[in-house]
Design a protein around this ligand. Structure first.
Ligand SMILES: [Zn+2]
Length: 303
């Protein structure tokens, strides 16, 4: 049986079909009907139909989404694509697609993909992080995603930044209603705002990284602050979960220096005489969202 994965993002919806051997046999992407819930459901159903037509085979369907389905109410919560919040997405997708669909948080899908056949393949305990527009996180243990009774396992982004320095308090307001969340420091927009506060220059995270690579002292200082904060925030994760591997995804995961500079600093905050956790870039990059969504269903024996 083919496994179809859908990655529902704020700007695009991507679909893929994985064959039994893990190869992608069909795939396409469309724009997300923003602020249009019914249109989003229809778009996903249409994408599944188009992929099945392309692959000439039916499949199981897994969907990675922002936020999560509340185990208590069955409704979407915690989604930064706010038009989904409070909607019975599971029920509506099951009906529109004509079968039971598995839904999971997009960072959980990313983590599952990297834990199964990605950068953390073969590791028991994996923490996956998406640092981009936000700072999602997910936990996979022996290639199984951990969700939890509140469906917030791995959501480190809305914890406070640990061991804050004076200039970091009380922190910026976060869309979750609190202040000083890790996400307000470590997301791409958070990095850009920090640079603007320090220099007055409004630049995106890629431009800042480019300047730093060219020797700009202010951009370098911004990245140093960013790396120190990521080291503290991930040390907090290591102290609780003690993962074998932490995989970074999202736009900021392309910043190669993180894999050297962050582990060099996190030892100062981890409650251990040595730290053997590895920090690695993703193997599947942006494709891990769809690949992990497809893997929400186990591979079934060929009929
Ligand atoms: Zn928050």
């Amino acid at each position: 049986m083919m496994r179809i994965g859908i990655d529902l993002g704020g700007t695009k919806i991507e679909g893929i079909a994985l064959a039994a051997d893990g190869r992608a046999v069909a795939g396409r992407r469309i724009a997300t009907p923003r602020d249009d819930y019914d249109g989003t459901v229809r778009a996903i159903a249409g994408l599944v139909a188009a992929i099945e037509a392309e692959a000439a085979s039916p499949g199981t369907v897994g969907v990675g989404m922002p936020g999560a389905i509340s185990p208590a109410t069955g409704l979407v919560k915690n989604a930064n694509s706010t038009w989904l919040i409070g909607k019975p997405l599971q029920q509506d997708l099951d009906r529109a697609i004509g079968r039971t669909v598995r839904l999971a948080n997009d960072a959980n899908c990313f983590t599952l993909s990297e834990a199964c056949d990605g950068a953390a393949a073969g590791s028991d305990v994996v923490f996956g992080v998406i640092v981009g527009t936000g700072t999602g996180g997910g936990i996979a243990i022996r290639q199984q995603v951990i969700t939890g009774p509140n469906a917030v396992a791995g959501e480190w982004g809305h914890n406070p930044l640990p061991w804050p320095e004076p200039g970091e308090l009380p922190g910026e307001p976060c869309y979750c209603g609190r202040r000083g969340c890790i996400e307000t420091f470590l997301s791409g927009p958070g990095l850009a705002r920090d640079h603007e506060r320090a220099t007055g220059a409004r630049l995106g995270s890629e431009a800042i990284a480019g300047l730093a690579a060219g020797g700009d002292a202010q951009a370098e200082a911004t990245l140093r602050r960013y790396e120190g904060r990521m080291a503290r925030a991930l040390a907090g994760i290591i102290n609780v979960l003690d993962p074998d591997v932490i995989v970074l995804g999202g736009g900021l995961s392309k910043l190669a220096r993180l894999y050297e500079h962050v582990p060099a600093q996190w030892a100062a905050w981890v409650f251990s005489d040595r730290v053997d956790t590895r920090l690695v870039p993703p193997r599947h990059g942006d494709a891990s969202g769809v690949r992990g969504a497809a893997r929400l269903w186990p591979q079934q024996d060929p009929i």
